[in-house]
Design a protein around this ligand. Structure first.
Ligand SMILES: Nc1nc2c([nH]c(=O)n2[C@@H]2O[C@H](COP(=O)(O)OP(=O)(O)OP(=O)(O)O)[C@@H](O)[C@H]2O)c(=O)[nH]1
Length: 131
């Protein structure tokens, strides 16, 4: 199974979400940025590396949420989410079509990659408990 880490980057009451480009798998769907964990790499090292490569941002991972296993037509992934904070950098999109700093109450309005939907739901539940 392919392990994919993704970052829920929280900043000023919003969360960074990215739209996959038309050339990527799951074209034009929204996701939490991240990517595949490489051999010998820790989940959090992979996350920091991917976010630097894809977005030019330095992040700090915090809490690991519940991983989601999802089967697409070509492969099965385990999508592993972490809440993160932003340390530094300005966004430069290397691969994605678009990004949005979305407020929590708008998250369900986006067209998500199917694997992300349980993660969005868990995250919303977590936020409601913190209110
Ligand atoms: N990064 C990321 N990938 C996701 C999410 N949800 C989801 O289903 N995926 C899927 O996970 C797989 C791997 O993601 P990716 O293509 O971003 O990984 P990567 O940059 O390491 O891949 P590459 O270097 O092979 O292009 C893709 O099939 C992608 O559609 C998500 O929230 N974030």
């Amino acid at each position: 199974m392919i392990q994919v880490v993704c970052a829920i980057i929280e900043h000023k009451g919003t969360v960074l979400i990215t739209q996959r480009s038309s050339k990527m798998a799951q074209p034009l769907l929204w996701e939490f940025p991240g990517g595949k964990v490489e051999d010998g790499e820790s989940e959090t090292d992979a996350l920091v590396r991917e976010i630097q490569e894809e977005l030019n941002l330095l992040i700090v991972p915090h809490k690991r949420l519940v991983p989601v296993t999802h089967t697409y037509s070509s492969s099965t992934i385990e999508l592993i989410p972490y809440t993160c904070s932003l340390q530094s950098g300005n966004i430069l999109l290397a691969e994605h079509q678009a990004y949005s700093w979305a407020t929590i109450d708008t998250l369900l309005n986006f067209s998500w990659c199917p694997a992300d939907i349980p993660i969005v739901e868990e995250y919303l539940q977590l936020k409601r408990m913190q209110l």
